[in-house]
Write a protein that binds this ligand. Sequence first.
Ligand code: GAP
Length: 454
Amino acid sequence: MTAKNMEELVALAKRRGFIFQSSDIYGGLQGVYDYGPLGVELKNNLKAAWWRAMVYDRDDVEGLDAAILTNPTTLRYSGHEATFTDPLVDCRACKSRWRADHLNGDQCPNCGSNDLTEPRPFNLMFKTAVGPVDDGGSFAYLRPETAQAIFTNFKNILDSTSPKLPFGIAQIGKAFRNEITPRNFIFRVREFEQMELEFFVKPGEDEHWHEQWVAERLSWWAAQGVNETNLELYHVPAEELAHYSKSTVDLMYRFPHGLEELEGIANRTDYDLGSHTKNQKDYDIQANVQPNTDANAKLAIQDLESKAWQIPYVIEPSAGVDRGVLAVMNEAYTIERLDDGKERTVMRFKPHLAPIKVAILPLKRNHEGIVTKAKELKKTLQKLGLGRILYEDTGNIGKGYRRHDEVGTPLCVTVDFQTIEEDDTVTIRNRDTMAQERVHTSDLSAYVSQYMSQ
Ligand code: GAP
């Protein structure tokens, strides 16, 4: 029995310390969430899995961690100032505001009135004052996507790493959008994180690479425990494409509230690098700077054979971290009926995503020998570098197993009298099968490493 109900997920997320409404004690802030002790581990593990696949497992991708505050000129020339909008309507009766394309017909979802304004474009970018004088003259945007800083750093990275096409630049970080109606828990929020790769290719090879990346990304989500039957491809029709895109394939996931976008994979052509190249020259002229006419100064790359400078095309797999967390939590959430008629809730996270890898439970919390041994084992396992190993001395092993099922801890290790008085073995209890086996402590590290690598 698998629960696919948002309320249950939200309740578990709060109860067990995965995700909280931000500024909770002051009534919250709409569309903003905080990740608690287990949420931060899960989120970090998902980001680490993406970084491993995108950067460490390949030799054609470099990483970047750029600033959130963005010079408005970047976002003017990227097209975001003019076009990064959603259609906004007001209800004249109850004064609520809605996204026109999210309405069911022409009725206000709040009061049912049909007295709505015509849709008008609402820019989603947050602005903030820079420096001590807030006169509107000196401001920055909070980036609406991480991608632009990859484009504006293109030449810095080219000059410092000398890559050859095709190659990519990967970045994980916060993005901000003033969504008109944030909703569905962490699905549509105003502050979120993206995992974005800009993969630069020769023009003409873009369509091949686009297909390639769609396939790669599908198999990566499967490796995170997302069932392929819950994923669908959506070929975005021309009238819905973002201003920079020649074609986009969205990976749609069956979230608890419906089938919606988890990740977008766009063919951005040479739109961004081309636009920043052209406009940077115009900017230099306006700013009275001698324009740099050297081809080398452009956001272009030189073909080693023909020596021609070329602006590459770019394929962009762009995934939302928060939507990813929601998807893997939804996939993991399982309610099982046991032989004795009772139910247990289990988060069946893949081991590499589990917030706690191993819980070490001493049978008696006041027994010096058992406690010392359990703490020693925690230290030994922690050194493996697999993630969080938790020593937990609540003294009730059965309850401990139940709680760790609910937070998705793959293995619990119990230290008891047999361990210290007889044979130096511990009980390993498996989250998924509930099977228990005795393992010698000298074999514990190898056992855990092997289990976590699946
Ligand atoms: N650089 C391309 C880009 O930003 P996007 O489709 O607007 O494309 C990419 O965003 C991903 O970021 C989405 O697939 C989604 O997972 C995530 N995302 C976008 N807006 C979001 C929001 N308001 N809340 C949570 N995640 C969001």
